[in-house]
Structures are given as structure tokens and as C-alpha cells.
Design a protein around this ligand. Structure first.
Ligand SMILES: Cc1ncc(COP(=O)(O)O)c(C=O)c1O
Length: 366
């Protein structure tokens, strides 16, 4: 396997920077490894497509054995439905107003659609948007397991499921997102434990209402390694497909499993402590800190991006590894999802940089 800098060198005459480069062989390895983890544990894998928003990559995940996809927006669901995906979980507390009411109804009539719910007002809206529809969505009650983002307390899941059934929707299970597992290496396992406890309580709460859950759905890339016990039936990791700097820091992937790099060119070298590369917040997102950096260039020592302006990245340089103006460098982003969202296309290459394609980031709408 060639170093990514050599791959980039092979691509250079055919690409401009900044550009997201995906190494297909690494991507395929990530897809196969996660599928194997799910299959070995008897779990359904329902990858979250927010990470790539790319139909070709979704197809690779489904061809490898994924049971369906997870979407975070109606547009993601629509784009993957149009591309032939027939099983979609919209894992978001959608408020079905305006055009979203019509769009979600159209989706429910064309694919098997599951929708996340965590309040009765949204359930009412969703039910109203389905008035007269030929097919209705299944609903999955979101419970909170410690991320304190959205989701009801696990013991209230049954109440909400019963309400959904009362207004004519079909409650099929529960889901949760253990976002707290991404805060540090040591947080991953406790978050997975909290997730399991919350899902167990939620399942009991549905059973107390005589509703047998068929889906008990768990997140996320940092916690998936520990999400292996009943009653979990399904996992929804997203970031695993590319990996990123944050997941390397968390120990949730290895650096050689990172499949997406942003290619950047050194454009200015007038200051002693840094050089400027052509990736700023518009190319790399805003996530990071001065200590951790805002992304990391490979092959130049420390490689931390110390600061970002809109179009300028301040790259820390070692005196003996100072890259000359014009040098193209691979940057590992901290958090890959917002990076992908800021480009219209991904540049796909194989390990040696010989094959080369553009795949659209097709699902960037709301
Ligand atoms: C509801 C939900 N499920 C699954 C995921 C995927 O988790 P990750 O991005 O860690 O792979 C996310 C990520 O934000 C999410 O919000």
C-alpha cells in the first residue's frame, strides 16, 4: 500500500485543491469490517448516510449486507429512495410541516419507512400528513441514554408508542444515540453501557403496553465495538465508513483505516512558525481547538492546523520538514461529516492512484 502522499502525487495533474480524496480500497475495507462485526453478532447494520451522502457509497454498504440505511434528513431519504434503497430509517425527530409533510408521505408510499419520534405533537403532525396515504410509516421511539440531546426518558417510551398506535401509526421499536461516547477514549464503553441500560428499560416500557419491539437500534462509531448484547437488534454507525482524526484519537479506528483526505496546497510561506495551506473553514469545517488542531497534515512532522480562516489554514511546521510553496499535502479532518457536506463531489481513487472517478455528494439538501 502506497502512502497517501504518493497516491496524491499520482492524481495531482488531474485534480485541483482543496478536494476530498477517498481511497476506495480503504473504504471497502471499512465497509467489510463493520459488516462482519454486525453479522458475527447477529445484528442488522443500518449505516448512517449523513457521513457520505453519496449514492455509490450507500450501494457498496447495501451490497456488502447492510439491512437498509439510516438518514438524518428527508432529502437524504429521498435521494437514497430514488437510487433504489427500499428500507430507510429516518432517525430524526422530524416536524412534518410545509413541504416536508408531502415529502414524507410520498416516501412512506414508496419505501419501507421508519421515522424517529420523541413527542406527541410530532406524532400528531406525522399522522396528519399521512391522511389518506396508501401506506404509513413505522415509528421508532427515541430515548435518551445520556447524550441529553433528544429522546424521551426510557421509561416513557411505551407511553409514546401507545400514543402513536392510537393515532394510526405503527410503533415498531426504540432507538438511542450515545453521543457522550465521543467525548474521550475512556467514555466509549460507559456510554455503550448506558445505551444498553436505556434500551433495556425502553423495551420493558413498550412491553408493559403490550407492544413487542421488533427493532432496538443503537449508534454510533465510537461505541459500536461495545454494542453487542440483546436486546440490541441493529447498529447505526456512520463515520466508520471514512474514519477521521477524532475517531483515531478515540481509538475507534486506526490511522491507516482513514479513507478520506482533503488534498491541500501550500500557498504561502512568509511566517517563521507556519505555512499557509488552501484549506480553511469552508474546506475543513470548524471543529477542533488550538491544542488539538483543526485537522492534521501527513508527512510534515507535527502537521497540526493551528488555526483556520475561511480560505487559509495555518499549518505548524518543523524546521527540517518545511513544505515548499506548491507542495500538495493530505489532511485528515477532525470530523469527516461536515467536511463531506461542503463539497459537491468526492474524488475516488484506488490505492496506487491509478483509477480515478468523481462521485456526487448528492444528498446535501434538507
Ligand atoms: C441518530 C444517529 N444515529 C447514528 C449516528 C452515527 O454515529 P457516528 O457518526 O458516530 O458514526 C448519528 C450521528 O450523529 C446519529 O445522530
Amino acid at each position: 500500500v502506497k502512502h497517501i502522499s504518493e497516491v496524491l502525487a499520482a492524481l495531482l495533474s488531474r485534480t485541483d485543491t482543496p478536494e476530498p480524496i477517498v481511497v476506495l480500497d480503504t473504504l471497502l475495507g471499512n465497509i467489510a469490517r463493520m459488516q462482519e462485526l454486525a453479522t458475527t453478532r447477529g445484528l442488522d447494520l443500518r449505516p448512517h448516510v449523513k457521513t457520505h451522502k453519496c449514492v455509490e457509497i450507500g450501494r457498496l454498504q447495501l451490497d456488502a449486507g447492510a439491512s437498509g440505511i439510516t438518514a438524518g434528513t428527508i432529502h437524504e431519504a429521498e435521494v437514497f429512495a430514488d437510487a433504489g434503497c427500499t428500507d430507510i430509517f429516518l432517525a430524526y425527530p422530524i416536524w412534518a410541516a410545509g413541504s416536508k409533510a408531502t415529502r414524507i408521505r410520498r416516501l412512506a408510499e414508496s419505501v419501507r419507512l421508519r421515522v424517529g419520534v420523541d413527542n406527541s405533537a410530532s406524532i400528531d403532525r406525522l399522522a396528519a400528513s399521512m391522511h389518506g396515504a396508501t401506506s404509513r410509516p413505522e415509528v421508532v421511539v427515541e430515548v435518551d441514554c445520556g447524550a441529553h440531546r433528544s429522546g424521551v426518558a426510557p421509561e416513557r417510551a411505551g407511553e409514546l408508542a401507545r400514543y402513536a398506535a392510537k393515532v394510526g401509526l405503527e410503533p415498531v421499536g426504540v432507538y438511542t444515540y450515545p453521543g457522550q461516547g465521543g467525548s474521550s477514549r475512556d467514555a466509549r464503553k460507559p456510554a455503550a453501557d448506558q445505551q444498553l441500560a436505556a434500551l433495556e428499560t425502553a423495551v420493558q416500557s413498550l412491553r408493559a403496553m403490550d407492544i413487542e419491539p421488533v427493532v432496538v437500534s443503537a449508534g454510533s462509531t465510537p461505541t459500536v465495538e461495545y454494542s453487542d448484547q440483546a436486546p440490541i437488534t441493529e447498529i447505526r454507525p456512520g463515520e466508520y465508513v471514512f474514519g477521521d482524526g477524532d475517531n483515531v484519537q478515540l481509538g475507534a479506528c486506526e490511522e491507516d483505516q482513514v479513507a478520506l483526505f482533503v488534498a491541500a496546497t501550500v500557498v504561502s510561506d512568509t511566517m517563521p512558525e507556519h505555512v499557509i495551506v488552501d484549506v480553511g473553514t469552508k474546506a475543513l469545517g470548524r471543529e477542533g481547538s488550538p491544542q488539538k488542531g483543526y485537522g492534521r497534515a501527513l508527512g510534515v512532522g507535527d502537521g497540526r492546523l493551528l488555526k483556520l480562516n475561511e480560505y487559509h489554514g495555518f499549518l505548524a511546521v518543523d524546521a527540517e520538514k518545511r513544505p515548499a510553496v506548491g507542495t500538495v499535502l493530505p489532511i485528515i479532518p477532525n470530523h469527516v461529516c461536515p467536511v463531506v457536506n461542503s463539497y459537491a463531489e468526492l474524488v475516488i481513487t484506488n490505492n496506487d492512484g491509478t483509477s480515478f472517478e468523481h462521485w456526487a455528494v448528492a444528498a446535501r439538501g434538507t
